[in-house]
Design a protein around this ligand. Sequence first.
Ligand SMILES: *Cc1c(COP(=O)(O)O)cnc(C)c1O
Length: 378
Amino acid sequence: MTSVSEKRKVPLLDMRALHQPIREEVLAAVTRVIDSNAFIMGEDVKLLEKAIAAYSHVPYAIGCASGSDALVLALMAAGVQHGDAVLTTPFTFFATGGSIVRVGATPVFVDIDPLTYNMDPQGLEEAIRRTPRAKAIMPVHLYGGCADMDPIMEIARRRGCMVIEDGAQSIGAEYKGRPAQSIGDIGCISFFPSKNLGGFGDGGMVLTQDEAHAKKLAALRVHGASKKYFHEWVGINSRLDSLQAAVLRVKLQYLDSETSGRQKNAARYRENLSGAGLPIVLSSPAPYQTRHVYNQFVIRTSKRDQLKAHLGENGIGTEIYYPLSLHQQVCFSDLGYREGDFPVSEKAAAEVLALPVHSALSEQDVDYVCQQIRAFFA
Ligand SMILES: *Cc1c(COP(=O)(O)O)cnc(C)c1O
């Protein structure tokens, strides 16, 4: 028997291991910003915007203070306001629904597909018919895999709705060969440290193909001024720090190799765990998913809480994204939803478990997690 201290530790995310190889490069970039004294909207912000725009195949990218702000800015640029409805998924991080309420609009939830955990286009078709004030649709590309964008775009165009992609977890993901965040009218990404491209603090970016949207977004993040001290709109203060941009420019160079690492680990989990007769669901990427970036690798089981405890006792970090659907959150009780309204989302919330998948894992780490999962069910 091995004692607790001898046990392997497999954290959900290992920042130290990921940052160690790039430490000197990042320090040099940070030093350069300190010496430049350009802390707000400096050269690094402009260069990062250019780089992310190129990476995501869009002409315009506008840095801002967080992924949550990116969503708010996108809704503001799309003209969503009080009295409007925005259709989205209840199975997402809170910011998706929160941003809609913050601009004064009403979230209308659509249940998810049980395999991709993303908005079900058939459900969208039905929900939008009952939503006369529908102004926009906000699909989320959860865990690094895309929502089914073709039918969503078709419904949006038919109804004259804007599409804002919540791509906080999906930088680099591709839908039928097209980058996520380049398909809808506006795409939003997050640089929160645990996202695939994470900074050393908060940060976000808004992407668009449309020049008028780009101009408005660039103004909205500086209180709606397209020229300093002359305000066309009432915006917010939501700028990306030069320090974060400098760090992110370094880290962007390593994003594709880290993504390959995540994909390799996901494949190893699948090989290891499928066909073993385990009572778990390992969903595989949808056929349209030409590139999945595995911000999370998620399994589901009815014994989720017990499995999580067992893995924790054996040094393995896991997390539940997310334990409560948005329609059941206390702050949204006035929307009038109740338990049972979105059964697929509710079941997912009770059963999902994210396993470590970051690129600093060794094959032995992945095998150890699989071995502990098998031991739990044995
Ligand atoms: C992280 C996240 C956000 C918010 O991003 P922040 O940068 O943390 O504000 C929004 N939506 C989803 C789906 C996310 O995962």
